[in-house]
Design a protein around this ligand. Structure first.
Ligand code: PGA
Length: 248
């Protein structure tokens, strides 16, 4: 039985003061739900959120990390630095990182390995562009991202993964994949995991959909068989909206 997991991705929004105000408000709203949740925040807000969410069951995630343990990598943050302050998750390979910061399936692969070593649960993002979907290449693209990204990752690790299917054309555009389109790709991702690992491992992996998820469409998305959760950008910035998604 997979427990639904809905994570917020704040991207480059909110100061520490704003993050603390969000946490206080959100803690009042979040109680007694069967859905797991986490907020993936900018680096400088992580410690404050870990403090604020202590004992609540609400997780905290980063949005990126480096694939080396330490070294002369100006401006970078390692997985061990994240786990030291109590961070639970890290988004890896978000399409904005692939698009603007030259991340590749290879760097995603290296980051996944380091995250696992440090005890951080990766939220690995995959997804096709509109051009690729129109050219009927969506499944091929996502299949390649999975195959290359997961190379050399052991089954015991893979089964603790969270995978977020985020079609690039649906991120921040207000244009969502239909629940059926999202479900079809999430089923394909699970089948690919089964081929790479085993049925048991594939069954254990949480597969989220991300891309313009909001209170109004969360129920339809979350009710699909193969979709176990959501990665929510814009709508995770307001406690009421994010809670309405968790309460789908
Ligand atoms: P969005 O972003 O919900 O604002 O479309 C999702 C994401 O990029 O993770």
């Amino acid at each position: 039985m997979r427990i639904p997991f809905i994570a917020g991705n704040w991207k480059m929004y909110k100061t520490t003061a704003e993050a603390k105000a969000f946490a206080e408000e959100f803690k009042k709203l979040y109680s007694g739900t069967d859905v797991k949740t986490a907020i993936c925040a900018p680096f400088t807000q992580l410690q404050a959120l870990v403090e604020a969410f202590k004992g609540t069951g609400i997780g905290v995630g980063a949005q990126n990390m480096h694939f080396e343990e330490q070294g002369a990598f100006t401006g970078e943050i390692s997985a061990a630095m994240l786990s030291e302050i109590g961070v639970d998750y890290c988004i890896i390979g978000h399409s904005e990182r692939r698009q603007y910061f030259a991340e590749t399936d290879e760097t995603v692969n290296k980051k996944l390995k380091k995250a696992f070593e440090a005890g951080i649960i990766p939220i690995m993002c995959v997804g096709e562009t509109l051009e690729q979907r129109d050219a009927k290449k969506a499944f091929e693209v996502v299949g390649t991202q999975l195959n290359r990204g997961l190379e050399g990752i052991a089954p015991q690790q893979a089964q603790t993964l969270v995978i977020a299917y985020e079609p690039v054309w649906a991120i921040g555009t207000g244009r969502t994949a239909t629940p059926e389109q999202a479900n079809e790709m999430c089923a394909f991702i699970r089948k690919t995991l089964e081929e790479l690992y085993s049925e048991d491992a594939a069954d254990a992996v949480i597969i989220q959909y991300g891309g313009s998820v909001k209170p109004a469409n969360a129920t339809d998305i979350m009710n699909m068989d193969e979709i176990d959760g959501a990665l929510v950008g814009g709508a995770s910035l307001k406690p009421q909206d994010f809670m309405a998604i968790i309460d789908f």
